[in-house]
Design a protein around this ligand. Structure first.
Ligand SMILES: [Zn+2]
Length: 130
């Protein structure tokens, strides 16, 4: 069975947080636009991003840095990475490309779930235990 955790000791990695006039240490999404990025992979990555666990709420919605639309007020996580709810919008509507390492991570995570050994014993024995 594949490893469930690839960096169990490490902190969750932030992804898709953008710089601002006050904080220019973070990337600018406009610099990451790749109009050549294949639609199939963009759709797949956006789907993954939209199905994270909610990790937190912000007081207000953020705005897209590229088109100014309201773009979510929550953070999502998969336990390894943490990203703002609106990240999929950057990918689908603006072609902002994420690092290959993250695309590989998504592929590995999906493979883990495809290859899980399944055991119904616990459920049979514990379903009625409350
Ligand atoms: Zn936008």
């Amino acid at each position: 069975m594949p490893e469930l955790r690839e960096h169990p000791e490490g902190p969750v990695r932030l992804l898709g947080f953008w710089g601002s006039p006050e904080n220019q240490e973070l990337p600018n999404p406009a610099d990451l636009v790749d109009p050549e990025w294949e639609e199939e992979e963009r759709l797949s990555v956006a789907d993954y991003l939209d199905h994270g666990q909610v990790a937190g709420y912000w007081m207000g919605s953020s705005r897209c840095r590229l088109c100014s639309r309201l773009n979510g007020s929550r953070d999502f996580t998969d336990g390894y990475y943490l990203w703002p709810e609106g990240l999929s919008h950057y990918i689908l509507d603006h072609g902002v490309r994420l690092p290959a390492e993250f695309i590989d991570h998504i592929e590995r995570r999906r493979n883990v779930f495809d290859e899980l050994d399944r055991d119904v014993t616990w459920w049979r024995e514990n379903a009625a235990r409350t």
